[in-house]
Design a protein. Structure first.
Length: 350
């Protein structure tokens, strides 16, 4: 089914247009369910999995690392490590220090913390290499997840771009990491990393994993030009706006077992005007007789700058809908209707 392959950045790695996201495994999903999802994804031709040292979500000490462990036991059981392009991530600046041993004030992207994070991830994943190792969010304080940076953050010291690349280069040279990527990054960060790679012959950032969906098209600003010209692949997360674009939370609905009902951490998609925009896209999908989740995912898949769209599901039924979405025919009429809605209310959930 997934014969549509794309190159990861400037590498020779072929990734499927659909990437299997894993962050619910170890919290909303059991190990057995995670294994079943990976089995099904591979059966459908998907070769790209994404995880992080911080997962499962929401982040807490009790579940940290559990998602990587679940992938590791699947690799051991199936022997399919060589068939998968595996992406993981190291945390950026954060007070969530339970990922580190000893007494650290913050998680940071220093040499010591990168070395520790890589070693622990490899152990949990039961592998000796990670294909794509991403900075989950920056070491420098920046506005993220819909918030704006405070002016005072510009005076805060951070690990220099070239030093982060040097720390990571040691692992690339040792074969523990094949390629590097960014996540929750902005245009300044992308270009500074590229500049340091070009200047010092350091490994290049090949991808950027940022939120992108019908109600958050902010990537189409400066980041799009940076990434297209520099051949940095977008790996879009939250194509369903944390489930909102499926229509399941419509009119205040709160499905049992949903992330909002369990954790109520979806404020990025609850901003003024968000409801109106989300409902309009769900209605648009209905106009075309397409499942709203499939419509939202296919929109992402059809962007000229898309490397891979990351899907996540807690049930096999959801997973099937998400994977089937890539087979939807995207028409000029759909494109025109989507863009008309976007012009009326551009990116209400940045």
């Amino acid at each position: 089914m997934h014969d549509k392959m794309r190159k990861l950045g400037t590498t020779d790695i072929d990734i499927t247009a659909c990437c299997l996201g894993t962050m619910t495994w170890g919290q909303q999903n059991t190990e057995e369910e995670g294994h079943a999802q990976m089995d099904y994804a591979v059966e459908r031709g998907i070769n790209f999995f994404d995880t992080a040292e911080m997962y499962a979500v929401p982040p807490k000490p009790e579940t940290q690392g559990s998602t990587e462990r679940i992938i590791g036991t699947w690799f051991k059981k199936t022997g399919k490590r060589k068939d998968i392009i595996l992406a993981s991530k190291i945390s950026g600046r954060s007070p969530m220090t339970w990922t580190r041993d000893g007494d650290v004030q913050m998680t940071r992207q220093t040499k010591a913390q990168i070395d520790e994070a890589v070693e622990k991830s490899l152990k949990r994943l039961q592998t000796d290499y990670i294909d794509l190792y991403q900075l989950h969010w920056p070491d420098r304080p920046v506005g993220m997840f819909g918030s704006k940076a405070d002016a005072s953050t510009y005076t805060v010291d951070y690990e220099p771009f070239e030093e982060i690349l040097s720390h990571l280069e040691a692992h690339v040279k040792a074969g523990r990491i094949r390629h590097l990527g960014l996540s929750n990054e902005n245009a300044y960060g992308v270009m500074r990393f590229i500049a340091e790679s070009d200047k010092g012959g350091l490994p290049r950032m090949q991808s950027i994993q940022n939120a992108y969906n019908l109600v958050n098209r902010t990537f189409e600003g400066d980041l799009e030009e940076c990434c297209v010209r520099e051949k940095v692949s977008l790996l879009a997360y939250s194509p369903l706006a944390q489930g909102y674009l499926s229509g399941k939370y419509r009119d205040g609905a709160l499905p049992e077992g949903s992330r909002k009902q369990l954790f109520d951490r979806l404020s990025r998609y609850e901003k003024p005007g968000a409801d109106e925009a989300i409902n309009a896209y769900v209605d648009l999908a209905a106009k075309y007789g397409v499942d709203p989740s499939a419509f939202a995912i296919k929109f992402c898949d059809t962007r000229h700058f898309m490397g891979s769209t990351i899907i996540g599901a807690t049930t096999m039924e959801q997973l099937k809908i998400c994977i089937d979405a890539f087979s939807v025919d995207w028409t000029d009429e759909m494109e025109a209707d989507v863009n008309a809605l976007h012009q009326r209310q551009p990116s209400p959930c940045p």
